[in-house]
Design a protein around this ligand. Sequence first.
Ligand code: NAG
Ligand code: NAG
Length: 348
Amino acid sequence: MDHNMDVLLKNNNKKASPPPVTITRVAPLRKLYGLTLIASFVVIVATCVYTSGRFSGTMTPSEMQLPDHLPASHPEVLQALRSTFLLPPSKLPYNLSKDPDYLATSHADTWGIIHYHLSRLFSGERGGFFVEAGALDGQQLSNSLWLEQELGWTGLLVEPDPYSFLHLGHKHRKAWTSNACLSSDAFTRRSVHVALKPRPGYRNNYPWFMRGSSHELGVKLATKSAEEVETLQYYLNRGEESYMVTYCFPLHSYLLALNITKVDLLSLDTQGSEIEIIKSIPWEEVEVRVVVMEVADRTHYQSDLVEYMRGKGYFLVGRFMDYIFVREGDSAHTRLLSHKDWQLVVHV
Ligand SMILES: *[C@@H]1O[C@H](CO)[C@@H](O)[C@H](O)[C@H]1NC(C)=O
Ligand SMILES: *[C@@H]1O[C@H](CO)[C@@H](O)[C@H](O)[C@H]1NC(C)=O
């Protein structure tokens, strides 16, 4: 054992006596500097983590913290859409349901009438861009699936209901998808989404009918006829309701985020906010060729809506549960007029 090691051991064995401390008057101040330095560091790190999380795309829409009432083209809105709220078109093969019960109801309700119109308006037109809000699972009652499959279109599917959105993701649609809602004005906002789920054993083969009655809290469903309200109430009472906060973005924000200036088909089924969404569109900046929109009040002719659309240069070509408008002079309009049997299709 050499001398040095010996000294070392001796020192280690020594009972630790406090080292001599020189207390000066500067010490508390130094301590304060140190604390400030550490605090600043913590704040900087926390800010970086927060900001990168906010924009890194690792967040889910429900974790997002976005201020309300930002204008449609605000950079933070476009960033949030691109990083968190927009999922790109799938490159995988379609994974559509082949269940006979499901398929039997897949083209029910107004699907047939809408399909009739769309096939006449767009027959043979390839490569268009659609926006469908109220996309449900992307297959049952979808107004845009055949455009994608038959005519090679792509587009944007907006669906606020998380359960529906999960199923939409399984279908591998060749379109952008977004788990959010369309804002009823030109600003972002948060809204409460009421999700309806049928009780087990109740219309099991038609789950999306009930899901399709999911809506935003505050949307006025009372404009429907008393009979319809009663029917709706009947379904609502038999469904399980759950509530969640959802982000709503102006349609214009989506189009800016995706660099889209021309929408060939805009399909709105948002349980009561359709007219407000339509009125939020900056028509001089966005080209929309055809609009299919459900209207909450089916008993009265929507003269205000038709007037408004006329003022923007659109003709009403179909009216039932949904209203169908085509821009005057559009190739789809010309094609429609070339049909000898052309007339305003009204189903009441
Ligand atoms: C296909 O769809 C089914 C039913 O929605 C789902 O369970 C399954 O995970 C999907 N498959 C793929 C590869 O996405
Ligand atoms: C839109 O354009 C911007 C800027 O040119 C680009 O960074 C972005 O990738 C584009 N987004 C899409 C979805 O095409």
